[in-house]
Design a protein around this ligand. Structure first.
Ligand SMILES: Cc1cc2nc3c(=O)[nH]c(=O)nc-3n(C[C@H](O)[C@H](O)[C@H](O)COP(=O)(O)O)c2cc1C
Ligand SMILES: [Mn+2]
Length: 465
């Protein structure tokens, strides 16, 4: 196994590494939580993580942009960039149960009667956001039926000193909550802020219900994740996290939440949403508060990498010709999927398109290309569409399908059209027709050896005699 030496850095050791390698910008103290913090974080996004000491007079520092690059995420997990998706596939296939410990750094300080806005430096990010949002909290719940935990991220609007408004789309957290809501039962929830890069990435895994995503974080780090029991519930949270908010999703309660700036670069609308009542906040001494600016690279990448892993696993199960997949930046790392295939059977690219469109409702446009096309380079993919695709023969269209509600071009229920582009060379095409041009020896030319730096244009091209 090439990945044995992988290790999960907790947040602090990862920040240390960023700092030692010139990738952590430490900002001035007292930055305004209202827009200024997000404005600075956005300007540095992808280049440097930003650490804000004592923003707006708070004692806690805020960090953002800590994994806003694929290479950084690979580094945080101790794998090569090219191995990132495979490492995630591997971790999903071989989860590692967490290890329960008795005392933990995340519970060093306990607030029994918390005022969230006072304790935590919660920023307001985008212009039309309804207010401050907790944007990088891992929501951990436990199934009332099986007792298995679930981990996901939900945007959490600060609605009151002990109240959060949550967007909980119909997946696992909602399923657990609805198991008890009809009988008036609240659902215990823990919101973990300042988790490790591995735990953040694991939270986005597309896995079946009753699959504790923390076990993926353990597998990514090649060691069981240490967890501790919450003060007021049976939920187990990462012991080395910075901050834990304990509370309940309240049965029968709904309140206005939103708008909030989202990954497609538009706002998620205001509507009646779930309500979380907070009982306790615990944290480390001198905790660091993590925020993810809506629509920034960190937001996009956290969702993209685990999806790529799941989509690749799903496609390769049925189609051995599939080599790699990529959710492109221009497609919001959610809607546009590039698929690279090798030696497909006749017609197989179309089957790959059908399966890819069915692999996640967010996938809207799929481009399938041959092995000579770099699917991480949008210009190369566009070239394949320009030169290998014919709409009458190579287009797959599905209308009135479930898409993303956050794609403003879908109808109110998120229903819209899906397209697949088979941009592969037809298997029966004459070889010469699709032979790409190249100049022999081009890649071996040593420019320093062949350019005469001393020569003057006027010495070589002279007027008359
Ligand atoms: C930064 C960030 C914010 C997110 N916000 C939300 C949200 O507000 N509501 C939601 O339902 N999903 C949100 N997601 C997506 C879910 O966390 C993700 O789909 C998760 O895998 C769902 O977990 P589950 O399949 O265990 O339910 C967000 C993801 C990220 C990375
Ligand atoms: Mn889940």
């Amino acid at each position: 196994m090439p990945n044995q030496q992988r290790r999960d850095h907790d947040l602090r050791s990862w920040l240390n590494r960023l700092s030692e390698t010139g990738r952590l910008a430490i900002l001035k103290s007292g930055v305004d939580l209202h827009f200024e913090l997000a404005a600075i974080a956005n300007r540095l996004d992808g280049n440097r993580a930003s650490l804000f000491p004592k923003p707006a007079g708070h004692d806690m520092s805020v960090i953002s942009g800590l994994i806003s690059d694929r290479a950084w995420m690979a580094e945080a997990l101790g794998v090569e960039k090219s191995e990132l998706v495979h490492a995630f596939q591997d971790a999903v296939a071989n989860p590692l149960p967490s290890k329960l410990i008795e005392t933990a750094p995340c519970q060093e300080i306990v607030h029994d009667d918390p005022d969230l806005g006072e304790i935590l430096p919660i920023p307001t990010h985008n212009e039309l956001d309804s207010g401050p949002y907790i944007a990088a909290g891992l929501a951990i719940t436990r199934s009332p039926q099986t007792g298995v935990q679930n981990v996901s991220i939900h945007r959490l609007q600060l609605s009151g000193p002990k109240e959060l408004g949550a967007l909980i789309l119909p997946r696992h957290t909602l399923a657990f909550f609805e198991m008890g809501e009809a009988e008036g039962k609240d659902l215990d929830i823990a919101i973990v802020i300042g988790a490790s890069p591995a735990a953040l990435l694991a939270s986005q895994a597309v896995v079946p219900i009753n699959f504790d995503e923390l076990e993926i974080a353990g597998a990514l780090g090649c060691a069981p994740l240490e967890v501790v029991r919450c003060m007021g519930s049976d939920i187990h949270v990462p012991a080395h996290a910075e901050i834990v908010i304990e509370g309940k999703i309240v049965a029968g309660a709904r309140a206005p939440e939103g708008p909030f700036g989202e990954f497609p670069q538009y706002y998620g609308e205001r509507a009646e949403r779930h309500v979380i009542h907070v009982n306790t906040v615990t944290h480390r001494k001198n905790p660091i508060y993590h925020t993810i600016v809506g629509g920034g690279l960190e937001h996009l990448l956290l969702g993209a990498i685990p999806r790529e892993a799941t989509i690749l696993t799903t496609l390769q199960r049925s189609f051995p010709c599939v080599r790699d997949v990529h959710l492109s930046m221009g497609g919001t790392m959610r809607y546009h999927l590039n698929v690279q295939i090798e030696n497909p059977k006749i017609g197989e690219a179309k089957n790959v398109i059908a399966a890819a469109l069915g692999s996640h409702y967010d996938i809207k446009h799929v481009v399938v290309v041959d092995a000579d096309v770099d699917i991480y380079d949008s210009e190369k993919v566009e070239w394949a569409v320009a030169t290998r695709f014919q709409a009458d023969r190579d287009l797959v269209a599905i209308h009135n399908a479930q898409g993303s509600k956050l794609d403003p071009s879908t109808d109110d229920d998120g229903v819209g059209s899906k397209l697949g582009f088979d941009a592969t060379v037809p298997p029966a095409a004459p070889v010469f027709k699709y032979t790409t041009i190249r100049v022999p020896g081009e890649e071996d030319v040593e420019l320093d050896a062949v350019i005469n730096a001393e020569a003057q244009f006027s010495d070589i091209v002279t007027d008359g005699d």
